[in-house]
Design a protein around this ligand. Structure first.
Ligand code: NAP
Ligand code: F7E
Length: 338
């Protein structure tokens, strides 16, 4: 039997690691692109690295991407590589645009120049950040976009390019408009992992204080392993399209803190407001959580909650992992780290 081949940019990121496992389990020949100067090395894929064909590459290097696509000749390309941190995008807007927006253009151009549009399907990691502060209570594929960061603006450019290459050149290219998804492999600087890490540290007896920005922000958090299945499903359809993947449930950052600390047997009580808001351990009275304006963003997206009806109907996709279960998994993974 001929094995299908897939090429994943950002293979050593959170989603890349889950997707590579998913595709290997399905019998794919998996190729992944990593940077020589990777920020996180290949820790997330250490256990499967020998089964993946790893290639050095960078989204900022057009010739490199063209050579890789030519040599690998994949049937499926999953473009997951990105400067993915929203707050960092305010500090590095041009770099974020280069990687997230122009990087996607370079990859699509490689497929077009090589005349591979009939042989290769393309998945683009679009984001719920496209909706920004659209003020819709629930967002779906029809909700107008209102990007509120350089990251979101770069992802919006990539989103439209994907649609344009689909219409102009007949490329089977799909956007997955994914709401936040987390896991034990989530980067340390994202709020879910930061909270899980702090809850575990307090449980271990460390003298630590969790400092956060906007506690009122509401996010629709799912589990990465559900979301990579959705990416794959999009590329198995006869026709390319754009799909929202989400759980349909939004909670605040404050709520996430309470649940994560509950996982280690600590109840949090909040006192004060704004910059003075502090989370105390109910049992000991010890302050455990404080607000630090350094983590405020110049503009924040206050409320994201997705409607994945289209993906449920067309792809048969659903978010299987419950939020509370995922938080327990993340805290427990942090507890087992020293
Ligand atoms: P992640 O953990 O931050 O992974 C990003 C990957 O991109 C890493 O492997 C990183 O490699 C790579 N990368 C960064 N800059 C690169 C460059 N210039 N050239 C090549 N590779 C580069 O992100 P994730 O959570 O897995 O997300 C995957 C994708 O989905 C991203 O595009 C993200 O923007 C998007 N997305 C994520 C979510 C979410 O909630 N997780 C939701 C919607 C959309 P290094 O080790 O070299 O840094
Ligand atoms: O922030 C608030 C912060 O950085 C979530 C990326 O995967 O999902 C992710 O982007 C919320 C924001 O994720 C802290 O202001 C409070 O409102 O975990 P985050 P994000 O910005 O939603 C989307 C869908 C993507 O596409 C992105 O690639 O939490 N928040 N205090 C904090 N956030 C962080 N990081 N750190 C804090 O201390």
């Amino acid at each position: 039997m001929i094995r299908k081949s897939a090429f994943i940019t950002g293979v050593n990121g959170q989603d890349g690691a889950y997707l590579a496992r998913f595709l290997l389990d399905d019998g794919y020949e998996v190729h992944g692109m990593v940077r020589r100067a990777s920020m996180q090395r290949n820790d997330r894929i250490a256990d499967i690295a020998r089964h993946i064909h790893l290639h050095y590459g960078d989204m900022t290097d057009a010739g490199n991407l063209l050579r890789l696509i030519k040599n690998v000749a994949p049937q499926e390309v999953y473009n997951l590589a990105a400067q993915s941190h929203v707050q960092v995008s305010f500090d590095t807007p041009e770099y974020t645009a280069n990687v997230d927006a122009l990087g996607t253009l370079r990859l699509l151009e490689a497929i077009r120049i090589l005349d591979m549009q009939d042989d290769c399907r393309f998945y683009q990691a679009s984001s719920s950040e496209l909706f920004g502060n659209s003020h819709a209570a629930v967002q779906n594929e029809q909700t107008p976009f209102a990007p509120a960061s350089p990251y979101a603006a770069a992802k919006l450019y990539a989103y439209w390019l994907v649609r344009n290459y689909r219409e102009a050149y007949g490329l089977h290219a799909s956007n997955g408009i994914l709401f936040n998804h987390e896991s034990p492999l989530r980067g340390d600087e994202f709020v879910s992992q930061k909270i899980a890490c702090a809850a575990a540290a307090v449980k271990r007896g460390e003298d630590t204080m969790l400092t956060l920005g906007n506690l009122d922000s509401r996010r629709d958090w799912g589990h990465a392993k559900d979301y990579v299945r959705g990416m794959w499903l999009m590329l198995q359809q006869d026709k390319p399209d754009d799909y929202v993947l989400a759980t349909g449930r939004a909670e605040t950052v404050r709520w996430f803190v309470e649940k994560a600390f509950e996982c280690v047997g600590i109840n949090i009580e909040w006192r004060g407001t704004g910059l003075d808001e502090t989370g105390f351990c109910v049992a000991s009275g010890r302050p455990l959580v404080a607000v630090d304006p350094r983590f405020y963003r110049p503009v924040d997206v206050g409320h994201l909650c997705g409607d994945a009806s289209k993906a449920r109907k067309a792809l048969g996709w659903d978010a299987a992992v419950k939020l509370e279960t995922m938080i327990e998994e993340m805290v427990s993974a942090q507890m087992s780290k020293q």
